[in-house]
Design a binder for this molecule. Structure first.
Ligand code: SAH
Ligand code: SF4
Length: 449
């Protein structure tokens, strides 16, 4: 599926929404795709909505708690399996709501079972992925089971090393579609006697371009009466949507914010994270620092390492200059190989030299190992594969373009290409980024080919 719709960044309202808020529909459904199921997912409904529904169905109020328990505590995977509710009520609930908004079409295991990737089919046949990673207990650490979830189908930002970026933007996920990835993982873990300990928004999509739904999902996931995960166990990763970062800062949440840095200098970041053409790296880091100061949370930066592109000593020095003194921590991640790029992962020697240079500059570093390469665990890879290969000439053209653009970036020149559509180009010459609400976009995203 290669159709795209506009990545609307319509200003979000001041407060997180209550209950299910229908996601913005994709401007153009994929050819042949099923239409979306209009019934709200129970995983996206707040307790008051459930109470209203139960009352509308003419049931006594205590049923609302039973319905909530069925959604959040039982091993059931559909209304029909909820034995605590009568058949008539189950049928009425199934008519009005969906117990589950994401079907799992396949679960692929890798790393001797320590990594599991689930491919989820949505009601309109869009595909999104979640990845479950098991970290055994050891050296004073408890066992961890971390789930990486998606916030959008596809992504408008278009980072060229990312399989999701290659897909382009399809649509925002609904609150329940986000939450249900976690409910699925919890059921799978419970069957193995394990529990979910951490959740990261590092799957498909840019969470801060679907912020209302992500906030409502995070609320459901951390509500003790619903999913009940500790807020400190949630990490939201962003490629740098500055106004949304500022909005988050005002809310002072306890989540960890991870920023996808990938380059400390604008010319290279323009290429690797095209959003940088709208919000340059210094503004992104300033917004991240403000978040860290307000929330008291440590900041973490992701740095995907691409051989000969962003892994030189000069790149490391630029990272040190940018982040010095902020208490930031950098996670260096060798690029997972994805199709359609001319690039390779940095060698272990280069990753290690880079990390040593950062540490020498006073920056905390962790070198992350790639998980599940054999199952395409870089999020978006499976969905991209399902979408089918673009024709070979298009792949060749894309590779040639990236070679030419990286040569320009490595010469230190800013990109002449526009920011992803819907995001206005950054003003040249260090003008301040406008505060507050981002401009609403009006056009469809650029598709780099
Ligand atoms: N859109 C958000 C969150 C989803 S991407 C963001 O970009 O932060 C989550 C992380 O996966 C990002 O740090 C991203 O850079 C990384 N990633 C994407 N493609 C990758 C690849 N091929 N190899 C390694 N990491 C990758
Ligand atoms: Fe989107 Fe993140 Fe992939 Fe960039 S790395 S294209 S922002 S999902």
């Amino acid at each position: 599926m290669r159709s795209m719709a506009k990545p609307t960044i319509t200003p979000p309202p001041a407060a997180a929404p209550r209950g299910t808020r229908p996601a913005r529909p994709a401007a153009k459904p994929a050819a042949g795709a099923a239409s979306r199921d209009p019934r709200p997912g129970i995983g996206g409904m707040v307790p008051d909505d459930v109470a209203d529904l139960v009352a509308e169905l003419g049931e006594p109020a205590f049923r609302a708690r039973q319905v909530g328990d069925a959604a959040w505590r039982s091993p059931a995977a559909e209304w029909d399996q909820v034995s605590t509710l009568g058949a008539t009520l189950r049928l009425a609930l199934a008519e009005r709501t969906r117990f589950d908004t994401v079907a799992t079409t396949s679960v692929l295991a890798a790393d001797a079972g320590a990594t599991e990737k689930a491919l989820h089919r949505l009601s309109d046949d869009r595909l999104v992925e979640s990845v479950l990673m098991h970290y055994p207990a050891g050296e004073g650490r408890r066992e961890r089971n971390t789930l990486c979830i998606s916030s959008q189908a596809g992504c408008a930002v278009g980072c060229p090393f990312c399989a999701t970026g290659e897909l382009g933007f399809e649509r925002d996920l609904e609150v329940a579609e986000i939450v249900d990835q976690a409910r699925h993982a919890r059921r799978r873990l419970a069957a193995a006697g394990r529990r979910l300990t951490n959740l990261v928004f590092m799957g498909m999509g840019e969470p801060l371009l679907n912020l209302d739904a992500v906030l409502a999902a995070a609320e459901a996931l951390t509500d003790p009466a619903r999913f009940g995960l500790g807020a400190r166990h949630i990490t939201i990763s962003t490629s740098g949507v500055v106004p949304a970062m500022e909005r988050l800062t005002k809310m002072r949440p306890q989540w960890t914010l991870a920023v996808s840095l990938h380059a400390a200098r604008d010319p290279l970041r323009d290429l690797l994270v095209p959003l940088n053409r709208r919000w340059p790296v210094a503004d992104v880091v300033a917004a991240a620092r403000a978040y860290g100061q307000e929330t008291g949370r440590r900041l973490s930066y992701e740095y995907v390492m691409i051989d000969g592109i962003n892994d030189t000593a000069a790149d490391a020095d630029a990272v040190v200059r940018l982040l010095r003194g902020s208490g930031a921590h950098v996670n260096c991640i060798p690029m997972n190989p994805v199709a359609h790029t001319p690039w390779q992962a940095s060698t272990p020697e280069r990753v290690s030299a880079f990390a040593i240079r950062l540490r020498a500059g006073g920056i905390g570093v962790t070198v992350r190992r790639n998980r599940g390469q054999e199952i395409g665990a870089a999020c978006g890879q499976l969905a991209a594969e399902q979408a089918g290969e673009p024709p070979a000439p298009a792949v060749a053209r894309r590779r040639e373009r990236l070679v030419a653009e990286s040569a320009v970036a490595l010469r230190g020149e800013r990109s002449a290409a526009p920011a992803p559509r819907g995001l206005q180009p950054a003003p040249r010459g260090r003008q301040p980024v406008p505060r507050g609400r981002p401009p609403a976009g009006g056009s469809r995203p650029r598709k780099a080919r």
